[in-house]
Ligand binder design. Structure first.
Ligand code: FES
Length: 128
């Protein structure tokens, strides 16, 4: 694949609100879901704790909960809550997975495949 490019990975209608979806694209297992505003979110489908498939979890307040020990992930792939440590306990910065910037329009969902700081434009698309 060509690095630093947008790639269509899904038709918008395939990603329903309220349930995560597992897709394999670009040789990666990806977990997608819609946040509380309906925006598409995409992170690696492997929990940083014990490697469980995150797409088997559930969406809570627009975040993705791992089905095994309940770590909560935001759309940047960062763990924002570890239930066993207490509700307000700090989460180590190292607790995260790869995340992918998304873009959605024309009935498709794209992800940015490359350096995050090189995402300077929306994907190019021939409407017709
Ligand atoms: S395996 Fe995901 S929280 Fe433990």
């Amino acid at each position: 694949m060509i690095y630093n490019q947008w790639y269509v990975i899904l038709e918008s209608k395939e990603l329903k609100k309220g349930k995560p979806l597992l897709v394999k694209r670009l040789n990666e297992q990806l977990s997608l879901w819609r946040d509380e505003n309906g925006n598409a979110c995409c992170i690696a489908d492997k929990c940083c704790h014990r490697g469980v498939s995150l797409s088997c979890g559930q969406i809570i307040d627009g975040k993705l909960e791992c089905p095994f020990h309940g770590f909560i992930y935001d759309k940047q792939g960062k763990v924002i809550s570890i239930p066993a440590n207490g509700k307000n306990a700090a989460v180590p910065q190292s607790m995260k997975v790869q995340s992918y910037r998304t873009f959605e329009d024309y009935g498709f969902i794209w992800i940015w495949w490359g350096d995050e700081n090189k995402t300077d434009q929306d994907p190019f698309f021939f409407k017709e």
